[in-house]
Design a protein around this ligand. Structure first.
Ligand code: PLP
Length: 383
C-alpha cells in the first residue's frame, strides 16, 4: 500500500530495522557504544555506535524513504551534514559552485576548505541559468550546492533547472533542504544527487536539539556517505535521534500553521510605511512567487523585511516582547534577528549587499503563537 507522507511520519516505528517484541509505539533508544558480536545472529550485525546504531538507523530509514533516496546518514549537527558532504565528494583542488546566498555556517565552512585544502569556490546567482552554465562550462566543477528557498535572501531556485545543468557538466548536485523540508519538496525527485538538512529547525521543531541529515540518491553515494561518516565521526547520538523523532509526526500541521501566520504578518508589514520591502515567497510581490508555489507544497514561515534604516530595525527588535532576538528558525517561539549581526556575521557587508541584505534587513521566523498576539506585539514595538 502506497502511504502518504503524514501517515508514514505518524508511524516512525515502521522504519526501525528491529521490531520491538512488545509492540512499543516508539522505537527503543539504544544508548550504547558497543554491541556483543557473539549475541547476534540476525541479518544485520551492529558492532559500534559510531558506524551503526539501531535507533539512528530507524531515523535514517525514515529520511531515506520520505526523500526517495537510497540511503541516509544522520549527523550530529546540520553543518555536520554539510561537512560530511564535502568530506565525501571533495578532494584537494576540487571545485565547488555555490549560490552566493547561502547559510552563514556553510559560507564559513567553504572559507575553511578554501584556505586549508585548496578547494576552489565559485559563488554565483543561481537565478541566472546563463551565469551557471558559463561557470560549469569554463571550469571543472565537482559539486554544485544551493538552498531553496535561500536564507536569508529567500530566493527560489529552480531545482530541476540546476539538476539538468549539473548533470550536463558531470557535477554532483546537493540541495540544502533545511528551510522547506521534505514535507514541502523532494529535491531527489527533481534530479538532485543529495538532499541534506539541519533537523535542528522545522524537522525537530521544538528548538531543543541540534542535528542534521544527508540523503543520497544512489546506493553508491549512500555507501560513501556511511564510510566517511564513520571515518570522520560525523554520526548522531541515539538520544538526539529520540529528541528529533518526537517532532516528526507533527511536521505537516506545524508547517501549515507557520505558513498561515507568517503570510498574515508579512502582509501586515508590507503595508507599513517604515518597511521598504518584504521578501516572502508566498506573497505575489515575491519575484519567484509562481515557482515557489509550483515547487513547494507548503511555504515555510521564514521571511525578511527591510526596514527604512538600521536604527529603526534595531529599535524594533529591542521593543518586541514576544519575539526573541535569536538565530535559527522553525521553533514554536517566534524570532527576529538581523542577519548581518547574527546568522550571517561571517559575510562581509559587500557580500551581503550582493545578495540584497542590508543592515536594516530583519529576518523573521514565525512560530506557533496566536497570530493576533504577534501582530499586536509588532504594532507596539513600532510605536
Ligand atoms: C541551520 C542551517 C544549517 C546548519 O545546521 P545546524 O543544525 O545549525 O548545524 C545548514 N543549512 C541551513 C540552510 C541552515 O538553516
Amino acid at each position: 500500500m502506497k502511504k502518504h507522507l503524514e501517515t508514514k511520519l505518524s508511524h516512525l516505528q515502521d522504519f526501525a530495522t528491529i521490531q520491538d517484541q512488545y509492540g512499543a509505539s516508539h522505537f527503543p533508544i539504544y544508548n550504547t557504544g558497543t554491541f556483543d558480536l557473539k549475541k547476534q545472529d540476525g541479518e544485520k550485525i551492529y558492532d559500534y555506535t559510531r558506524s551503526d546504531n539501531p535507533t539512528r538507523e530507524a531515523l535514517e530509514n525514515l529520511f531515506t524513504d520520505v526523500e526517495n533516496g537510497a540511503g541516509c546518514v544522520c549527523t550530529h549537527t546540520g553543518i555536520g551534514a554539510v561537512s560530511l558532504l564535502f568530506e565525501t565528494v571533495l578532494k584537494a583542488n576540487s571545485e565547488v559552485l555555490v549560490e552566493a546566498d547561502c547559510y552563514g555556517g556553510t559560507f564559513r565552512l567553504l572559507k575553511v576548505f578554501q584556505g586549508k585544502y585548496n578547494i576552489k569556490v565559485h559563488f554565483a546567482d543561481f537565478l541566472s541559468e546563463a551565469e551557471l552554465e558559463k561557470i560549469l562550462k569554463n571550469n571543472k566543477i565537482d559539486l554544485v550546492l544551493c538552498e531553496s528557498p535561500t536564507n536569508p535572501g529567500l530566493k527560489i531556485i529552480d531545482i530541476g533547472m540546476v539538476s539538468v545543468l549539473a548533470k550536463k557538466y558531470n557535477a554532483l548536485f546537493a540541495l540544502d533542504n533545511s528551510l522547506a523540508t521534505f514535507i514541502s519538496q523532494r529535491p531527489l525527485d527533481m534530479g538532485a544527487d543529495f538532499s541534506l538538512f539541519s533537523t535542528t529547525k522545522y524537522i525537530s521543531g521544538h528548538g531543543s536539539v541540534v542535528a542534521g541529515a544527508i540523503v543520497a540518491k544512489t546506493k553508491e553515494l549512500a555507501d560513501e556517505l556511511h564510510y566517511y561518516a564513520n571515518a570522520h565521526g560525523r554520526s548522531q547520538n541515539p538520544m538526539d535521534v529520540f529528541l528529533i523523532s518526537l517532532g516528526i509526526p507533527t511536521l505537516k500541521i506545524r508547517m501549515k500553521e507557520h505558513q498561515k501566520s507568517s503570510i498574515m504578518i508579512a502582509e501586515f508589514l508590507e503595508k507599513q510605511s517604515f518597511i521598504k520591502a518584504v521578501m516572502h515567497p508566498a506573497l505575489k510581490s515575491h519575484p519567484q512567487h509562481k515557482l515557489a508555489t509550483y515547487q513547494m507544497d507548503y511555504i515555510p514561515g521564514v521571511f525578511c523585511a527591510e526596514f527604512i534604516n538600521k536604527d529603526f530595525a534595531e529599535k524594533f527588535i529591542e521593543n518586541t516582547k514576544i519575539f526573541g532576538e535569536k538565530c535559527s528558525f522553525g521553533s514554536p517561539d517566534s524570532r527576529v534577528e538581523i542577519p548581518a549581526k547574527i546568522s550571517h556575521a561571517s559575510f562581509s557587508k559587500e557580500e551581503l549587499a550582493a545578495i540584497g541584505i542590508s543592515d536594516g534587513t530583519v529576518r523573521f521566523s514565525i512560530g506557533l503563537e496566536n497570530v493576533e498576539d504577534l501582530i499586536e506585539d509588532i504594532e507596539q514595538a513600532l510605536k
